[in-house]
Design a protein around this ligand. Structure first.
Ligand code: ATP
Length: 210
């Protein structure tokens, strides 16, 4: 189901550390707007937001760090294995993120818009996309890149990977796949070709509705 007749939405997904941010940043150099759900999820609970006020009312001031911002670690701890609290938090933040997304799509003048989402299929956000792309990476390389970037233990990275769809499941559901096992120069080439293709698809859609 495509909701936006005059916009072309490209869902970009992949497991942790697969390269979503890297790809979105490279495409932004070609003038492509990206709505990064992880990034916006942090913004909607920033200091002074209605979401943070609601969180404070529910859990008290102890949920804040000394500078008044959200103690995300503590919140994660609360919702971990507590389905009721997790559902409450999602019912608060998901509508806030969604309304930001709608506003972003409405105002963007980009040839196409990237929706960068680690859980694109799990949350069924693929339904608002015209096209979906999975960034694919071998598990061994994924573990190496994540552990190096986040300075975490392999067991933690493994647990996060296990909580997400597998690379194969994502690839099966996507319209296209970017293999990100090679170096960044190889990735640049793939992104250049991909951008040309997405611009053409977006143009085709525009013609259809003109
Ligand atoms: P997350 O799901 O945690 O948000 P992500 O999918 O956005 O991660 P990135 O942060 O873009 O992944 O990439 C993970 C790490 O791998 C980063 O340190 C990035 O610089 C590195 N990386 C991405 N692509 C390549 C590549 N082709 N060659 C070498 N390093 C890469």
């Amino acid at each position: 189901m495509t909701v936006f007749k005059n916009k072309y939405i490209v869902g970009l997904t992949g497991g942790i550390g697969s390269g979503k941010t890297t790809v979105a940043n490279k495409l932004s150099q070609f003038g492509i707007d990206a709505f990064d759900v992880d990034h916006i999820a942090r913004e909607v609970v920033a200091s002074g937001t209605p979401c943070l006020e609601a969180i404070k009312s529910r859990y008290g001031n102890d949920i804040l760090l000394t500078d008044g911002s959200l103690d995300r670690r503590q919140l994660r701890h609360i919702i971990f294995q507590n389905e009721q609290e997790k559902a409450w938090l999602e019912s608060l933040t998901h509508p806030a993120i969604h309304s930001r997304l709608l506003e972003y799509i409405e105002t963007s003048q980009s040839p196409y818009i990237l929706l960068v989402h680690p859980l694109l299929f799990e949350t069924e956000k693929n339904k608002i996309c015209d096209y979906t792309i999975t960034i694919s990476i071998e598990k061994k390389r994924q573990l190496k890149r994540v552990c190096e970037r986040d300075n975490i233990d392999e067991s933690i990275a493994n647990a996060i990977i296990a909580s997400q769809l597998t690379d194969k499941q994502r690839r099966q559901r996507s319209d296209a796949i970017i293999d990100n096992n090679d170096n960044e120069a190889e990735l640049d080439q793939k992104i250049f070709t991909l951008d040309q293709k997405l611009r053409a698809l977006a143009n085709d859609k525009k013609q259809q509705y003109n």
